[in-house]
Design a protein around this ligand. Structure first.
Ligand code: PA5
Length: 430
């Protein structure tokens, strides 16, 4: 199970304060589990993993097999909660270059921007390739994926003919409502469901995350089994609960003026997991003039860019470091007879040993510099750790937002830019 080490926050938080916030966290967790809080019609994410071998999961497995057998490229169309989760899992498990190294169809993500350059690049990547599409949108009307969908559907129909193209298009959307549901029904595409009581950023354990993961070879049953196990383990109603420890510490630090959380990891392949986390917490907590600003950093790379700011800049943030178990396959540093780089003192030491010293040195420097650090120990990088991490952060986000006093499950602010954009674009009704 994920463990939380809060021994490096005491410079900015005191034990009595932590004990006094415990009651608030208890209440927040109870509110969430009893479904009595704001947004309680969006709590379906807690049960997505209840039955890891349900019919939908079996259909996902079958569709993934078909996709793997029939295409070179699998394009996942979606934005925000409709793509960050599966991309996070893929990159953390297989690496950012998984399309070059793994045996699954190449997997590209589209419809998450309005960039002409990205579109041209995707067209180039698809040239001469057999492809399948997974269009993911709960509302079915989000502009970015809708534009990409229109173009990719035409591309598929031109290449395969209208009827054959249908076999290559898979839709993940609301079970009954929305433009995408209507399109899928009229065109006869195979569909998967985002339950109405699951919001986008909490949907990774639905078909939103599971189908792209399954195409990449990550078994949905394994992911769900791990998340299900996490749900059971994280149901402890005491301060032994790592979710409580994380939630209490971050809210306490926020009250002490630490208005920003920097989620750091020493694995570059964690980058998209960080972005998934960033959306989860940012969209859930940032409202009513409140919220801890979620930012991400990759260590050690960003120590060479953000390090100065972290060490000596404004003291208004804390760090949460996600730490994985040491790698099983080690790499040793070799001897060089000329030793021009002066590294022979490390001869025979392993790369992860050096990383561990960088971690320990950075932790000491940052805490000395007035940056409280929460440490999340997450075990080895594996399918089950990923399933556990998804559920851990979702639960922590819900409990934390209630502790903060906001509704975790709406996002009224996201609509503002859209309204302005629609007005400028001349969309009817705006
Ligand atoms: O968390 C959310 O609700 C949002 O980030 C959505 O996931 C995102 O805006 C995409 O919406 P949709 O799936 O309706 O296209």
């Amino acid at each position: 199970m994920i463990s939380v080490d809060i021994s490096n926050i005491w410079g900015s938080a005191a034990l009595p304060d932590l004990l006094s916030i415990e009651k608030e966290v208890f209440d927040a967790h109870k509110t969430l589990e009893d479904a009595t809080g704001a947004g309680n019609d969006f709590l379906g994410w807690r049960h997505l993993a209840d039955d890891p071998e349900n019919d939908e999961v079996m259909r996902i497995r079958a569709a993934a097999k078909k996709i793997r057998e029939s295409c070179d490229v699998f394009v996942v169309v979606g934005i925000g909660g409709s793509y960050l989760g599966p991309r996070a899992a893929l990159e953390l498990l297989y690496g950012q270059n998984h399309n070059l190294t793994k045996g699954h169809p190449q997997i590209f993500f589209a419809g998450n921007n309005l960039s002409t350059a990205s579109w041209h690049e995707l067209c180039q990547l698809l040239e001469g390739k057999d492809f399948c599409l997974n269009i993911i949108s709960k509302s079915g009307t989000t502009t970015e994926p809708a534009i990409a969908t229109r173009a990719l559907r035409w591309m598929a129909e031109r290449k395969y003919g209208a009827e054959k193209a249908k076999e290559r298009i898979f839709v993940t959307t609301d079970p009954a409502k929305g433009a995408l549901r209507q399109m899928a029904t009229e065109e006869g595409y195979e569909t998967f469901v985002i339950p109405p009581n699951v919001g986008g950023r909490f949907s990774v354990l639905s078909a939103v995350g599971l189908l792209p993961m399954a195409v990449a070879g990550i078994d949905p049953v394994e992911i769900l089994t791990a998340a299900h196990q996490a749900r059971k383990e994280l149901d402890i109603r005491s301060f032994d609960n790592p979710v409580w420890q994380y939630t209490a510490s971050r809210n306490l630090l926020y009250r002490a003026g630490k208005v920003m959380e920097l989620l750091c990891c020493y694995e570059p392949d964690f980058t998209f997991f960080g972005r998934w986390w960033q959306q989860l917490f940012g969209e859930s907590e940032g409202k009513d003039g409140k919220g801890i600003f979620p930012a991400c950093a990759e260590f050690t790379a960003d120590l060479h860019s953000l390090g100065q700011m972290i060490q000596q800049g404004e003291r208004n943030f804390f760090e949460t470091v996600v730490k994985f178990a040491p790698p099983k396959k080690k790499v040793a540093i070799e001897m060089d007879w000329k030793d021009l780089d002066g590294l022979n003192y490390l001869e025979g030491k392993t790369l992860d040993f050096v990383q561990e010293q960088a971690f320990a040195g950075t932790l000491a420097a940052h805490t000395d510099g007035g940056v409280p650090v929460i440490l999340l120990q997450a075990g080895d990088i594996s399918v089950s750790t990923i399933g556990e991490l998804f559920y851990f952060f979702e639960l922590a986000c819900g409990v934390s937002a209630y502790t903060l006093g906001v509704n975790p499950f709406n996002q009224p602010g996201v609509e503002f830019y859209k309204k302005n954009m629609f007005h400028l674009l001349g969309k009817p009704g705006y």
